[in-house]
Design a protein around this ligand. Structure first.
Ligand code: MG
Length: 199
């Protein structure tokens, strides 16, 4: 029995770990998401490395709003796969019904975190369905990834948007131009993080 007097409090590390666990369990690697980022950004930044793409995917996945969306979406996919949702929601999610768009709405909460560039990128990968998204859209496997395909596309789009904002701040810094305070703080945070991060 839990003590009713103890206030509800959730350990944020547990949420972050569950996010990693469930992405992995549903067969999605960070590298695959990073490959989408590379595809979206390489023509703008020819020197972009896979390490940078992976780093930006990790930064997106470290946001609580993103973790909430990932866990909610995967949970609904799993319940649909197990046939545990009520009708007609069960059929709509199981069959990725054309008029059911709540999966995309949930993905917007991820894209939103890094602003409007993310929307364009999300729309692009959603239409093209490259790499991992093609696999997640394969309906012949018996697996349900109605939410996960949008989530993965949205994480890649958000990471792309983050790169675009970071590159702009770096360029301004190199040129000695003034930059927006948010960008300066973010750049300082990032370089501090990179100093302490193991290679
Ligand atoms: Mg979908």
């Amino acid at each position: 029995m839990t003590d009713a007097k103890i206030p509800y409090s959730l350990n944020s590390k547990a949420v972050a770990e569950a996010t990693r666990y469930w992405l992995h369990k549903r067969g999605v690697t960070l590298e695959e998401i990073a490959e989408l980022v590379m595809m979206l950004q390489k023509k703008y930044y020819p020197g972009l490395t896979m390490e940078e793409c992976i780093h930006n995917v990790e930064m997106v996945l470290s946001k609580r709003e993103v973790q909430n969306a990932v866990l909610t979406g995967i949970q609904l996919d799993v319940l649909a796969e197990e046939g545990k949702l009520f009708s007609p929601l069960q059929d709509m999610i199981e069959n990725d019904e054309g008029l059911y768009g709540v999966d995309e709405i949930l993905a917007f909460s991820i894209v939103n975190v890094y602003g409007s560039i993310g929307f364009t990128n999300y729309g692009y990968v959603d239409k093209l369905k490259p790499g991992v998204l093609e696999r997640l859209n394969d309906k012949s496997t018996g697996e349900v990834h109605t939410y996960l395909d949008d989530i993965v596309g949205a994480v890649a789009a958000a990471a792309s948007s983050r790169i675009a904002h970071r590159k702009q701040a770096e360029r301004e810094q190199e040129l000695g131009q003034p930059h927006a305070p948010e960008d300066v703080e973010e750049a300082a945070r990032r370089s501090a993080l990179e100093d302490t991060e193991p290679e």
